[in-house]
Design a binder for this molecule. Structure first.
Ligand code: NAG
Ligand code: NAG
Ligand code: NAG
Ligand code: NAG
Ligand code: NAG
Ligand code: NAG
Ligand code: NAG
Ligand code: NAG
Length: 643
């Protein structure tokens, strides 16, 4: 059975092959001098390729032997794509006469089989870009392809099985600019393996098994990727030569110490995230606290380590830093008091640490726009701490334990509160999950908030004037999961409000809105709404675009206006599947889309009157007849007796 299943497609493909008229390009596409024959089950190039073809795409076919014949004896190629074939043999010297061939893609083939035969493919005279990725090549096998490749600039050896880079690995390709060795099993790099490559600017060694780099000395390199190795340390030589390194990725390694970087450097981007840094002590340096001189550094990622403190002095020589990520460490105190430090920083990510103390001096961090502090233990902060950050725009304070001050009574405030009023550029404020008890009046006056997230503070008591001052700025308000049973703030005064999330509360009535409302999306999921005030729904109708209304005990027949809105307006109700209502007491909820107005037309009193009157009349007539009948019967016998 299995054999038959295999045979059948083979037979079909043979028949198909025979039926094809000869001397015709089999479904290849020809665009000027470029021929595309990808994924056509071909074993070789079509015999009648146009003369002078420059680009041939034979990827995803069945080529096994790569010879002059397979390429139809053409030699004018500029670009040959043989990706994903089954090539296990290359005719030696095949590329010698292809003096225009610049790009050769041999990725995803079986070139390890060819390398076993220990034959050289011969000169790659003009090839500038060579892709040998995914060929099962072991250490030393690349030699048979690279021995004579004088023009090679770009080489990919990704996803092979190379364990060692020998000193002479690249000696036949001295003009290499870019090498990728991503996803091999490199354990060892022999001294000097890259030293003679004076043009090398990008080296990707990510996803290997390198354990240490000592005496890093590649001065011309601009990008070095050592992510996902087992590096315990990275150490440069003590040389004072200028190093050109700009991007250094050391993420996902096992470093305990900060890397020893070249003294004279132009490093812009340094990633040491997901290591085991416990301090900022520098590896291998005699005085382990040597300050790093990183004048050009813009991006520093030290997230997912075990840092407990970052001394202010660490930033002494980082005059250009823009992004600092130290999230997911164990930092319990962070302080910047020197106004000369971190003047250019725009983003600081301190989320998910154990911060209890946070201090900013006057006029520090003048460029800071985004500060991420979620997931810490912040309880007591200086009242005016955020007013000291002149450019702050986004403030993420979720999952802390803060209290908010009342701007109108500065002296009567509890000592542990934080003020959010008069922060001139703050637009996005996240305060969810802070166990907030109260939101005092005037909490945000003179702060131009656009978004305010107060969700997940169950029991939050909002003063009726708590949002005053936000009338013309606030566009997005999130009050999800606050256990609110009635809102005592007047949302209709927030003239710019467009999005409001009131889901998972205990609301029994809708907040009031009038015709001036500009609400575009409203989330009322999971509340206790039975009847939706028709005048409010009417007021919302002209601006509302999206409404969430699932999981409410709605009554079907007292919300006919809403029913009409669902059926007749362009309103989108993404959770319509879960919007149910109750037709009669004690009956099962029905999906609101299935309800029709007729279902709600109960027989009215008028309808009862006529039958009742008719019945009464009928009874009266019958009674009358009966009485008459009885009377005449009484008379009849009396008459007969008298006879
Ligand atoms: C290759 O062709 C087959 C059928 O002709 C098709 O099912 C498959 O999706 C194609 N593969 C690619 C990568 O285009
Ligand atoms: C490929 O070449 C080898 C050696 O020249 C030869 O033995 C083999 O038959 C060829 N295979 C195909 C499919 O042409
Ligand atoms: C280098 O080769 C890789 C893989 O073939 C390719 O993705 C990349 O675009 C090439 N880069 C340059 C600069 O030629
Ligand atoms: C380094 O390599 C990793 C894994 O391939 C990749 O995710 C990362 O973006 C690279 N880093 C740089 C700076 O290119
Ligand atoms: C860092 O260096 C200081 C001073 O040399 C030393 O006291 C401290 O123990 C070091 N910390 C770690 C984690 O090695
Ligand atoms: C660190 O934070 C920066 C900026 O906030 C971000 O771009 C980067 O992806 C973060 N790093 C990790 C490992 O998530
Ligand atoms: C902060 O850093 C964490 C990881 O360290 C990352 O997941 C998060 O996206 C960063 N925040 C921002 C806004 O970049
Ligand atoms: C929610 O409010 C009700 C009273 O309205 C109260 O009984 C309940 O405990 C509150 N739940 C929470 C989680 O605060």
């Amino acid at each position: 059975m299995a054999a038959f299943q295999l045979l059948f497609p083979l037979l079909v493909s043979c028949v198909a092959a025979n039926a094809r008229p000869p001397r015709q390009l089999p479904a290849c596409q020809v665009v000027q001098m470029d021929v595309f024959c990808s994924n056509l089950s071909l074993r070789s190039a079509p015999v009648n390729l146009p003369r002078g073809v420059q680009m041939l795409d034979l990827s995803r076919n069945q080529v096994q032997n790569l010879t002059q014949e397979t390429l139809a004896f053409h030699t004018d190629f500029h670009h040959l794509n043989l990706h994903s074939n089954k090539i296990h043999y290359i005719q030696p010297g095949l590329f010698k006469d292809m003096t225009d061939l610049k790009v050769l893609d041999l990725s995803r083939n079986h070139l390890n089989v060819f390398a076993h035969s220990k034959i050289n493919i011969g000169p790659l005279t003009a090839v500038e870009s060579l892709d040998l990725s995914g060929n099962g090549l072991y250490t030393g096998m690349s030699d048979y392809f690279l021995a004579d490749s004088p023009s090679l600039a770009n080489l990919s050896l990704r996803s092979n099985s190379i364990t060692k880079i020998a000193q002479n690995t690249f000696s036949g390709s001295m003009f290499l600019k870019k090498i990728s060795l991503h996803n091999n099993v490199i354990l060892e790099i022999e001294d000097g393996a890259f030293d003679s490559l004076n043009h090398l600017t990008e080296l990707d060694l990510s996803k290997n098994s390198i354990t240490c780099i000592t005496d890093f000395n590649l001065c011309n390199l601009k990008v070095l990727n050592l992510s996902k190795n087992s590096l315990e340390f990275f150490q440069s030589t003590g040389s004072t030569d200028l190093y050109g390194l700009q991007f250094l990725d050391l993420s996902e390694n096992k470093m305990h110490y900060f890397p020893l970087l070249p003294k004279n450097n132009v490093l812009r981007h340094l990633d040491v995230s997901r290591n085991q840094l416990q301090s900022l002590n520098v590896t291998g340096s005699l005085d382990r606290r040597t300050t790093m001189i990183l004048y050009y550094l813009r991006y520093l990622d030290m997230s997912y380590n075990q840092l407990q403190t970052i001394p202010e002095s660490f930033f002494n020589c980082m005059g250009s830093l823009e992004v600092l990520n130290v999230s997911n460490n164990c930092i319990n105190s962070f302080s910047i008091t020197n106004p000369e430090l971190l003047k250019t920083v725009k983003t600081i990510n301190l989320s998910y640490n154990s911060l209890q103390s946070l201090t900013f001096g006057k006029n520090t961090l003048p460029s800071l726009e985004e500060l991420f502090l979620q997931g810490n233990d912040l309880t007591i902060l200086d009242h005016q701490i955020f007013q000291r950050l002149p450019s702050i725009k986004h403030l993420h304070l979720q999952e802390n334990d803060l209290e908010i001050c009342d701007a109108s009574q500065n002296h009567k405030n509890p000592p542990e509160c934080v003020s959010f009023s008069s922060i001139p550029n703050l637009q996005f404020l996240y305060l969810s999950e802070n166990s907030l008890q109260t939101l005092p009046s005037n909490a945000f006056v003179n702060t131009p908030l656009k978004l305010l997230d107060l969700s997940l503070n169950p029991g939050l008591d909002m003063h009726k004037d708590s949002l005053s001052g936000l009338e013309s700025s606030l566009a997005h308000l999130i009050l999800r999961e606050n256990n609110i049973s009635s809102l005592n703030i007047d949302l209709s005064s927030l003239r710019s409000l467009k999005h409001i999330d009131l889901s998972t509360n205990q609301l029994t009535t809708l907040p009031m809105w009038n015709q001036e409302s500009s609400i575009e999306s409203l989330n009322l999921q999971n509340n206790n709404l039975v009847t939706l005030e028709p005048s409010t729904m009417l007021a919302l109708e002209h601006s509302l675009k999206t409404l969430y209304m699932g999981s409410n005990p709605l009554s079907c027949c007292s919300n006919l206006g809403f029913l009409h809105m669902i059926q007749n307006s362009a309103l989108v109700i993404p959770d319509i599947e879960t919007v149910t209502c109750i037709l009669e007491d004690y009956s099962e909820p029905v999906n609101i889309e299935k309800v029709t107005e007729e279902m709600c037309q109960r027989p009215s009193i008028q309808n009862y009157v006529i039958p009742v009157v008719l019945i009464v009349l009928l009874v009266l007539i019958v009674l009358g007849l009966l009485i008459k009948c009885c009377q005449s019967r009484k008379r009849k016998p009396s008459r007969s007796f008298s006879a």
